[in-house]
Every structure is written in structure tokens, then in C-alpha cells.
Design a protein around this ligand. Sequence first.
Ligand code: DC
Length: 225
Amino acid sequence: MTNRHVAIDGPVASGKTVAARALASSLGHLYLDTGAMYRAAAYLALHYGVDLDNERAILALIEHHRIRLEPDEATSAGYRVEIDGSDTGTKLFDPEVSSAVSTVAALPGVRTAMVSEQRAIASEGPVVMAGRDIGTVVLPDARFKFYLTASVEERADRRAKEFAERGLDVGIEEVREQIEERDRLDRNRAVAPLRPADDALLIDSTALQAADVIARMRAIIDAAP
Ligand code: DC
């Protein structure tokens, strides 16, 4: 039987996680935001003062600390990330972690560890997985693949609003520069760079509401045999 996995990839603030969470809940699939796993690795590196390109030390941190994602509808993200049993709250979305994460996510050994964990989770049952390499590397056989894009202006605007909601005062220009830098690193890394899978459906969400994006994806899933 073919799987029912849904892979959603795209650059920073393209609307992946909102769409993935809503789809997972309406389909009854597990929702997995793989970016959170890379953020947890970056957080550990920063917390223990390890250089962001020290692959060996970061792998040791991942091995020695238990990173777990627990579905939790009471949180704004829809899940909690626990490290060694402690809730990380909003720490993984702090600007320092966001600036560090693309460097950590470019380390091949870190990717190997994360991908194997992500595949193990998908082997348990249908998932909606959001990330950068889900359709290309993690679940190349996913039944449904979407690649979301949006203009950098729109994405910067969305991210600046999220920061403001969290009481963080980050100027729009700074947000835009951070987004462009992360996109550049994610697209140009040697291993599993950000790109659409050949068989992914591209959706440009620049002029769309999240609900329209979700409805478009849902229509495709529902129409499939
Ligand atoms: O989706 P996000 O912004 O939370 O992702 C954080 C970083 O993790 C992003 O800059 C790139 C990396 N990432 C990745 O390399 N592969 C994934 N599947 C998910 C995220």
C-alpha cells in the first residue's frame, strides 16, 4: 500500500509550519516540524559554548542529551521540545538560535542523525513533515509533496509580526537580512540543500492567506486515489 505521508518544504517563513500543523490535525496524521530538531542541536551548541562548526562536539551533545518533540495543542507551535525532560519553551525561536541554526544544519553528521530519527518517526504511521529536505531526502517516496514559497518582503513581514507578538523588537530590515542569510546558507550547503523535489507541487503563498494554502493542499490530497 502506498504511504499517506505529506512532505512540506520551503524557505524561512514560507508558511510551512502553519500549513503542516493544520493539515496534520485535519488528516489525523502526526505533525513533525523538523526545523525544531535542528534548532535543538543549535541551542545545545550555544548553551555549551561549542563552536558551531565543531561537528564532533555537536554530535556528542546530540547523543548525550535527549531531544524529544511532544505534540501539545496548548502551545502556539503545536508541540513542545524537551531536552532531557525539560520544556525548552520559546527558547529555540530566540534570534541567537535562529542565527546559529543554518550553520549547524549544514553539518553532514548532524543531518545524518536527524534524518534517521525523522524516518524512524515516519515508520510509525502517517506524518505531515515540514522542513527543507523532506521531499528530496527524508521521505523521497512521500505520497504528497509540496514546496511553499513567498517573496522575501512578505516573509520578512510575517516573521517581524511573529517577533512583535512575542514582545521582541526586531526591525524589518534586520529580519529581512537574517532571512536572506539563512536562505543563502540553506540553499548552498553541500548536503541536502533546500530545493523543491522534482515531483513537488509549488505553491506561492505571497498573496494567499494560510487558509487558502491549506485548502489547496487539502483539495489535492482529497482528490488522490
Ligand atoms: O524551519 P526552521 O526555520 O525552524 O528551520 C531551522 C533551520 O533548520 C533552517 O535554517 C534550516 C534547517 N533545517 C534543515 O536544514 N532541514 C530541515 N529539514 C529543517 C530545517
